[in-house]
Ligand binder design. Structure first.
Ligand SMILES: Nc1nc2c(ncn2[C@@H]2O[C@H](COP(=O)(O)OP(=O)(O)O)[C@@H](O)[C@H]2O)c(=O)[nH]1
Ligand SMILES: [Mg+2]
Length: 456
């Protein structure tokens, strides 16, 4: 998860209020000191840090928590609102019919982002997407883009021999007329100079680009602010993509400094692979950061071929406690399509399923290994066995173990796991408020979940 250290720092700080209903002066001091440090380590600037911490302190003094809400949850809610406010409202972008120009300095991730965005909008909005490689300075840019989009239906246009970006773009637009969304990757520079501004003007006029997005590497921290401000002012940038948030502890600085310039953050890059991109909405981002989960983000992770009916049916079976190994297998298959346990967990509220979100890295790795092994074992089971796991006797266990190359103990463990999940899910099904919300969410796409129903 991006900004993992900040997340931990905030938990550590707010943890000092755990189980408290009344404010204690010394504890409050210690909490604010610890929070200030966490924010600064994530590279938030001193003024913003002070503003966030002061407001939290003031509100904690002035407002009583609602009945039944602990001081810790109260503080968490206040901090949530403050951080969302700092990071700004979401940028509305209508991709159908748009032409999107990506600009930025060298090595910031423009070409990678071009490919990521193309795939994102192709999948999430079912659009016909084309990309045009207009970087004439970097040899190999076209090949790089082609390689990134290998196997995708996104059309890639480029002319590696042509030395004039405007010509390439003109030809590309003609060729890709039928596309719903066109994304143009441009050449980088060392800095925003006159030549770049002129080229952008040309390209913008030519493409009638409705959007010009600046790509910035998060590793520069707060220095992303001045870069965003100058591009915003001079080149009329309409949105910002912040990349490489996965590889830096200073991401808080980049995000907050950019947001402060008034240029909206549209997407974030969180890895080198083509699917490592997220839409940026500060409320969802902060919700996840604070361990409150991001259900919409989880849905965004779902693969194109996820059968929603089936997912809904499985969820209902799971929550009713009547589910077989076959169901568990299908659920695992779905989960493994979506991503690793680690990734999934980062979208769930911290207290979901008894605090699974707070599992250590080693625990998550262990769980991933188990899942892989369970799948192997289940591949050696008959349908009857998967439907009636409670009736599997010794001789069958032996056969299954031999067939899948594991120990008998492992087969028993799988059956035990099924039994435990069944009981746990049955317990969750009994949580009427949660159950109602889950159903509503799956049915109506209403993802606005009250974190207090997860016991926060
Ligand atoms: N870890 C990580 N690496 C990234 C991300 N985006 C791009 N990169 C890497 O950054 C380097 C430069 O990217 P590139 O797209 O060629 O940058 P460009 O010069 O602006 O076109 C490449 O090695 C990419 O794999 C990201 O979100 N996370
Ligand atoms: Mg490039």
């Amino acid at each position: 998860m991006a900004l993992e250290n900040l997340s931990k720092g905030i938990f550590r700080s707010l943890g000092l209020l755990k189980n408290k209903r009344k404010l204690d002066e010394d504890e409050l001091k210690e909490m604010t000191r610890s929070l200030r440090r966490a924010l600064q380590e994530a590279d938030f600037n001193i003024r913003q840090t002070k503003e966030i911490v002061d407001r939290l302190e003031q509100k904690l003094r002035e407002e009583e928590p609602r009945p039944g809400i602990t001081l810790q949850t109260h503080a968490l809610n206040i901090l949530y609102l403050e951080l969302v406010r700092i990071l700004g409202p979401p940028h509305e972008f209508q991709p159908r019919g748009a032409t999107l120009l990506l600009v930025g300095l060298y090595g910031q991730g423009k070409t990678t982002t071009t490919a990521k965005l193309a795939e994102w909008y192709r999948k999430k909005h079912s659009l016909k997407v084309a990309v045009i490689e207009a970087d004439v300075h970097r040899p190999g840019a076209y090949a790089q883009l082609q390689q990134l989009l290998e196997g995708s239906s996104v059309e890639v246009y480029g002319e590696p021999e042509t030395k004039d970006a405007v010509t390439i773009v003109r030809n590309g637009l003609e060729r890709c007329k039928a596309a719903d969304l066109i994304i143009v990757d441009t050449a980088g520079r060392h800095q925003l100079d006159d030549e770049l501004v002129v080229e952008l003007e040309h390209l913008s006029d030519l493409t009638r680009a409705s959007e010009r997005w600046l790509v910035i590497d998060a590793q520069v921290g707060q220095a992303a602010g001045p870069v965003a401000a100058s591009f915003h002012g001079l080149a009329g940038v309409t949105g910002i993509v912040i990349t490489k948030l996965d590889g830096t502890a200073r991401g808080g600085g980049a995000l907050s400094a950019v947001a402060a310039t008034g240029a909206p953050i549209v997407h974030i890059g969180v890895g080198e692979k083509i699917q490592d991109i997220e839409k940026f909405e500060s409320n969802r981002f902060i919700s996840r950061l604070l361990g409150m989960g991001d259900i919409q983000g989880l849905i965004d992770l779902a693969p194109e071929d996820l059968d929603e009916e089936e997912a809904l049916r499985l969820t209902q079976r799971l929550m009713s406690g009547r589910f077989t190994l076959n169901d568990m297998y299908k659920q695992m298959e779905m989960m493994s399509k979506v991503g690793t346990i680690d990734k999934l967990m980062s979208f769930l509220p911290g207290s979901f399923l008894g605090g699974m979100g707070a599992m250590s890295k080693a625990q998550k790795e262990g769980m991933q290994k188990n899942l892989d092994r369970y799948r192997t074992i289940m591949d050696s089971m008959t349908n009857w066995e998967k439907n009636e796991p409670a009736k599997i006797k010794v001789d069958r266990i032996r056969r299954i173990a031999r067939g899948s190359g594991v120990r008998e103990k492992d087969v028993r463990e799988l059956i035990g796991q099924w039994n435990r999940s069944r009981k746990m899910m049955k317990g969750m099904g009994g949580n009427r408020q949660l159950n109602k919300q889950m159903r509503k969410m799956m049915k109506d796409g209403d993802f606005d979940i009250d974190p207090s129903s997860f016991g926060m």
